[in-house]
Each structure stands twice: as structure tokens, then as C-alpha cells.
Design a protein around this ligand. Sequence first.
Ligand code: AMP
Ligand code: GLY
Length: 417
Amino acid sequence: MKVCVVGSGGREHAFATTLATDAEVVVTPGSAGIPGSTEKAATAVDADLYVIGPEVPLVNGLADELRASGRHVFGPGTDGALLEASKAWMKDLVHAAGVPTASYAAFDQTQVEEATEFLSTLHPPYVVKTDGLAAGKGVLVTDNLEEAGNDARNKLSGVSFGNAGRRIVVEEGLTGPELSLFALCDGQQAVLIPTSAQDHKRLHDDDHGPNTGGMGCYSPMPDLGLDDLEALMDLAVHPTVVELKKRGIDYRGVLFAGFMMTKDGPKLLEYNVRFGDPEAQVILPRFEGNLSETLLEVAKGDLTSQPTVSADAMVTVVLASEGYPASPRIGDVIHGLDEARAIEGVTVFCAGVDSNIQGDLVTNGGRVLNVCGRAPTLGTAREIAYKAVDAISWPGMQHRTDIGASIEIDTNREGIK
Ligand code: AMP
Ligand code: GLY
């Protein structure tokens, strides 16, 4: 089978590496660090299966375009991608499906007064979200009502996020540990990928510093059973798929559901219509069985094989460039990659890299490398990953030292039931 992976980051490198164990793989546009990369557009690549990694091409209709020419695609069309592209649409849909979620109201640019008034009826924390895609940066959570009001004003006027913010969702603030799950959906039914992962979003250790796209991740989360995850499937994902079908949406791809485990039970925070990055880097390599065949079944609307995942633990540490996330510096030569990759149990995925005229691999983005350790236990996986991190360097390289070290979820387990 020939598979075309769309994207250029660490998630797509993880897809390409895992798929390459049983298929021929081409990655577009890929990068200097991802074998099989091509400059050809996905539509110009002849493949048996197209796997679209990031949300932007999905929201822009690449899956629809490929399907219109008879191709098999893992990833929803623009209709299903609305789950991620419009938070107001997503909230309406899950509300209609009876899924527990934070109470909310949506406002457009003519409703600044209404939005601030609604905010004043809520209790802190206040949550103001851009309706549209904002590269993970469109959500403000604050205890300060004035800050929330100003944020709503700046979003609605287009000052802070352009058109993505001209519509906003204001939500009741929830508290509790967060948890994500991933389910494969073939348009008819959703099937859990039987593992869990936890992302570390802040730049610095102990969850300090600015929010990022994710500084590292580990899987599985100890103390979280598959029955807990299946309970969340029943609570949220299965009813969502029923509601999608009711609306005539044939959703084929992955549903990435984010929850907050509140004192009143789990509540759905968000859906993403693609794998997480860097969650994919700690899940896909542990996939057992034939990944390309499974994804092709999803793409064809006929998922019959049961996804299984190795019981091994994996930890990935994101190595970021100087200045990330505000203004990452690019072009620094990366040292020590071969030494890191030579360590047993280590895989390094390339997220934001390029090659210079001398042929050296250089930084080419904020998140540069995903250094992964795999072992039977989380502790050993962490040790291996950090041993490999120590082998790699470039000027100004940033990373966290506590990925997988603090386990949040077990304190609130009864909240899952
Ligand atoms: P979202 O993109 O909607 O998941 O929001 C990004 C992050 O904002 C989540 O991972 C949470 O940490 C936080 N967040 C979103 N919605 C809420 C909420 N209603 N209450 C508290 N925190 C939230
Ligand atoms: N790691 C979070 C995301 O991919 O949205």
C-alpha cells in the first residue's frame, strides 16, 4: 500500500515512521528531517490512502477535494472539521447530543455589550474563546472580570485574532485535571484507541510560563483504566457521532476529545479533528497491528479491526528554539542527533527543521524536535528520553525537565465515573 501523509511536523514524522513498517510512505510537504518528503501537492501524489495530519488543511477542504476525485482519506471533510473550526458550532452540537459541557453563549462582533454583560453573570474563572482556529492561542482563562471583558472586546473587534475572533464563545470556567482520548471514527461508529496521554502545555517546569502548543507528553497515564476511557466514550464520543450522523455528516478520521474532570463529573472541553501533537508521537509508535490497513478501513467507512496499543510507556520531550513561543529563532545548527538516536529505546521525530547549504540540520520553527523514550515503565521511558535530550544541543535550546514526572489525574478518579 502507498500512503500519502500531509503535514510537516513531529506528528506527521511519527505517522510516517509508523506507517512505513507496513506501507510505502510519501510525506507532503514534509521536511529535511522526514524521509520520503516530497514537494508535490497531495492532490498530485498517487496513493491508496491519504492521512491528513494538521487541522488547517482539513478545515480548508483538502479531504473533500481528495474524496471528490475518488481517493481514500483519513480525516474529516469541512463539515466534520467544524467541530474544531467553530467552537460555537461544536458547543451547539454537543449540547444537542446531551454531552456534559461548560455552559456557554456565543456572540458576534455586533454584540460586545451582550458579551460583557453575560460575563458579569458568571463566576470566576472566566473563559473567552475565539470561535475560529487560533493555533491553540485563542482561549483566555482568567479570574479577572475586567481582563475577560477587554479580551472579549479585542477578539470581537478583530484586534487580537482577526476574523477567527469576530465571533466568540464565553464559557463557564471549570476546574479540575484534564484528560484527552482518541477515537477512530468511520462515519458510523467510533472506536477507542485504548490508551491515554497527557500533554504539558506551559513552557517551563511545574506548569509555569506561557502556553505553548505542547512541551512534552507521556502515555499511558498511570491509574487510568480502559473502563474509565470507555465511560468517557459513552458519555461524550458515542452521542457525538450519533448527532453528527443525524446532521448528515460522514465523519472519517480521528476524534480527539479533551475533558476536564470537575467535582461534578467529567465535562467535555473540546474536540480536535486530528491527532494531538505531541500526543501522536507517544501513541502511534505503540500501535499494534497494521496501522495503514486500520486507517484505510476508517477512510473506506468500514472499520472492522480493533485498534490495540502496546502496554509500553512512552515519553516525548519537546526541544524548542530560543524565543519560543513568542518569537522563535531559526537557523541554528542542531548537534548530537545521531548520538541521541543511537540510545536504545530512543526515537527522535523532527518537528521544525530544515537543512542549510552545508547540509546540516537546522532549527526551522518553535518546536524543533520530539525526543521520545520507550520502555516497559514510565520512569525508565523518562530516563531514556532525558538521556537522549542531554546528547542534543543548539544555541538557546529550551526544554522542560519534568515531562511525565507529575501525575495529576489519580487524585480525582472518582470524578471519571
Ligand atoms: P480548548 O481549546 O477549548 O480546549 O481550550 C484550551 C484550554 O483552555 C483547555 O485545555 C483548558 O485548559 C482551558 N479551558 C477551556 N475551556 C475551559 C473552561 N470552560 N474552563 C476552564 N478552562 C478551560
Ligand atoms: N497537543 C495539543 C494539540 O495538539 O492540540
